[in-house]
Design a protein around this ligand. Structure first.
Ligand SMILES: Cc1ncc(COP(=O)(O)O)c(C=O)c1O
Length: 274
């Protein structure tokens, strides 16, 4: 495994994280996951823009510009080729004696490495559970602080289902690591991209596909009840693409099969990969 560590390519043994790295102690940093299909990054620029935005929102100045980062990532997959997989990257505020306020002096620490998938992530119709969204109110920032998401996904695992769907009161926000869509009367609904959800890159691709297919879209919040009574439910993410959800909290969605619009959006999604 090769690690892109700031500007250098290192072996895993050479790449060491300081005990006082603020990412380690405070989760003080942001991250991205970019899918690689056939050795090529998917939606690279959108992910790098979002990384820059997330870092900016927590006042971390990235130690490189986008062109430099792109060149470094290309170097990484040249030296450590991946056919189908992803690159994970994170940047933290840097190393400083432990104290909550930003340190007067710290150099951001950037790390990236790839993962080749042994098996493709499943997009078989999945099941989900509802869970109260206990996260902070800046879910638009792709922060390293993922405890709320981790606890929710663990809850889903313990129920033997694939995803936990967050709600604030009655209102659905997103999944623990996915965006959530429903279809009702041929209209596609998803939560607006505000501070309550991550503006998923796959979510944006889905919305663009829906537009191309002439599907009516409403970026509006919907309730748990709306979801349970919908015609189709699916989730989207970099790793899971577009995945139908056919049961939530033990309630079957419509006929319990992948819906028509979900299938056509996924087919179009696959078409965009080549
Ligand atoms: C909370 C959350 N929402 C949505 C997404 C989907 O985002 P993307 O499509 O950019 O992977 C993720 C991905 O990790 C996530 O963690």
């Amino acid at each position: 495994m090769l690690i892109l560590f700031n500007h250098d390519l290192l072996s895993r043994d050479e790449a060491t994280i300081d005990i006082e790295d603020r990412g380690y102690q405070f989760g003080d940093g942001v991250y991205e996951v970019i899918r690689i299909y056939n050795g090529v990054f998917f939606e690279l620029e959108a992910h790098l823009d979002r990384l820059e935005r997330s870092a900016g929102e927590i006042k971390i100045a990235l130690p490189f510009n986008q062109e430099e980062l792109k060149a470094n990532l290309e170097k990484l997959i040249e030296q450590d080729p991946v056919q189908s997989g992803h690159v994970y990257m994170q940047v933290t505020r840097g190393v400083a004696p432990r104290n909550h306020p930003f340190p007067a002096q710290a150099d951001p620490v950037f790390v990236a490495y790839t993962k080749e998938y042994e098996t493709e992530p499943s997009r078989a119709p999945g099941r989900a559970v509802f869970t109260e969204d206990i996260r902070w109110l800046r879910c638009d920032i792709k922060s390293l602080n993922l405890l709320g998401n981790v606890l929710a996904k663990q809850f889903a695992n313990e129920q033997n289902v694939d995803e936990a769907i967050f709600h604030r009161g009655e209102w659905i926000t997103e999944g623990s690591s996915t965006n959530v869509f429903i279809v009702k009367n041929k209209t596609l609904y998803t939560h607006p991209a505000n501070h309550l959800i991550l503006d998923g890159i796959t979510r944006r691709v889905v919305l663009s596909i829906a537009n191309d297919l002439g599907i009516k879209v409403k970026e509006e919040a919907f309730t748990k009840q709306d979801l349970l009574e919908s015609d189709e439910v699916f989730i989207s993410s970099t790793t899971q693409e577009v995945r139908p959800i056919v049961e939530v909290d033990g309630v079957r969605i419509a006929d319990g099969k992948e819906g028509e619009l979900t299938a056509s959006i996924h087919a179009e999604f696959t078409g965009r990969l080549s």
